[in-house]
Design a protein around this ligand. Sequence first.
Ligand code: SF4
Ligand code: SF4
Length: 288
Amino acid sequence: MIISIASGKGGTGKTLVATSLALSLKERDSVQLLDCDVEEPDAHVLLKPTITHTEAVSIPVPKVDEDKCTYCGKCAEVCAYNAMAVMKQKVLVFAELCHGCGACSYLCPEKAISEEAKEIGVVESGYAGGVGFVQGRLAIGEAMAPPIIRQVKEHASHEGTVIIDVSPGTSCPVVESVKDSDFCLLVTEPTPFGLNDLALAVDMVNELEVPCGVVINRDGAGDSKVEEYCLGQGIPILLRIPLDVEIARLYSQGITLLEGMPQWRETFVRLYSDIEQRVSIGMKTGDK
Ligand code: SF4
Ligand code: SF4
């Protein structure tokens, strides 16, 4: 089963939930944590994994043979990302904008475009205690997160449980991370900002047809608008984590919740069972 852990905004406790859920399952199941927050992966700070394998991630970017080029402008025309510009006697390629889609080389009438690999980041894999660990890292100055996320997800095991730590927001990297999940946990906080971003995240998972549930972090700190919203939308609140100085202290010191407060293990095991049940009911009714 693949469970993605997302949140409409950063700093809501998404990684706290992802690492706690992964660690709570390691004794009963084979479990992997995939950190797909490739711009700022931070699960490793808590899990302190041993990395055993590193692989580069590249995308194909165009290389123009100006001896063949007639400066017709077709490549710049077809590029949806403005990654090419054709001047009178020069073709410019803005590699940092290129998505590696191949349209320009495919459609160049003179076959003047070849492709060369451009490294945009790495995928690192290993283990942390009994948890399989994979994370992507986007190289500094690069903007193309989805190819790295896809490569991280290729490491997902087909057995056991896969927990995906998703980047905050609702943009392309989030969609790439959440799609194909069996369930998405949306972590929020009970504030007007939390509600606003939660609503956007709910729209996204609904669009992807991924069932979801909510975790309210720092429960007790704000108002009841998130609860009212969830009730109105029929979205289950599966866990509440109270506003607690000790939880914040552990997190700031890079100590996992289950290590610092092992009494939380059972709560996360129950959370998993709840999700498992919801997914299996959804599969039976075809309501995914
Ligand atoms: S499409 Fe091909 S021939 Fe036309 S400007 Fe681009 S590289 Fe040159
Ligand atoms: S590969 Fe795609 S994104 Fe990159 S320059 Fe060509 S058309 Fe644009």
